[in-house]
Design a protein around this ligand. Structure first.
Ligand SMILES: CC(C)(COP(=O)(O)OP(=O)(O)OC[C@H]1O[C@@H](n2cnc3c(N)ncnc32)[C@H](O)[C@@H]1OP(=O)(O)O)[C@@H](O)C(=O)NCCC(=O)NCCS
Length: 149
């Protein structure tokens, strides 16, 4: 049996919050911000039902992917697979399932932000055929002056 077949994918719920945050915080290259609070995550999951996913092996959370859309484009965030369970197809399975769910909603183009310092993530997305955008800059604005919004 392949390693992936031992992993189970299912929709993330707010009950997964603590385990997902633990996984994120233990992973270099993944940021944790105010927008990752429990309340904000609950709001995000409610707005984007069924699109965020977790992977489990033997009852342990080993991967996650958060996904939302604005009606036109999909936005992927926080793709993380626990070290020790990588290169077993878990990330690809999460992304494939997420993109299939977006396609069901008529959304065929998606974006993901990657820190320029995260070479591992860049290698992953480029190997999967995602196109590095050199034609746009992303501008951000924070209301209220919170530095970690
Ligand atoms: C990026 C990450 C999610 C990949 O998870 P994974 O489960 O190991 O990925 P998969 O096993 O599905 O990889 C599938 C393919 O992607 C490519 N790939 C995966 N990791 C790679 C790496 N480190 N370097 C180059 N290619 C890679 C390969 O083509 C791989 O296929 P192969 O194993 O048959 O060669 C994982 O390394 C991780 O959690 N990294 C830290 C968190 C992070 O930076 N996330 C991205 C935030 S945007």
């Amino acid at each position: 049996m392949s390693a992936l077949r031992q992993a189970t994918l299912r929709a993330m719920t707010i009950a997964d919050y603590d385990a997902v945050i633990e996984l994120m915080k233990a992973t270099p290259g993944v940021s944790f911000r105010d927008a990752d609070s429990r309340d904000a995550t609950a709001r995000y999951l409610a707005r984007n039902p069924g699109l965020s996913l977790v992977a489990e092996k033997e009852g342990r959370l080993v991967g996650c992917l958060m996904c939302g859309h604005d009606g036109r484009r999909g936005y992927l965030q926080h793709l993380v697979v626990l070290a020790g369970h990588r290169r077993q197809g878990i990330a690809n399975a999460l992304v494939d399932r997420c993109l299939a769910a977006l396609a069901q909603l008529g959304i065929l183009k998606s974006h993901v932000d990657v820190f320029r310092t995260n070479a591992l993530a860049q290698a992953y997305w480029e190997h999967q055929g995602w196109q590095l955008r050199t034609d746009i800059h992303r501008y951000s604005f924070v209301s209220g002056g919170l530095q970690n919004a």
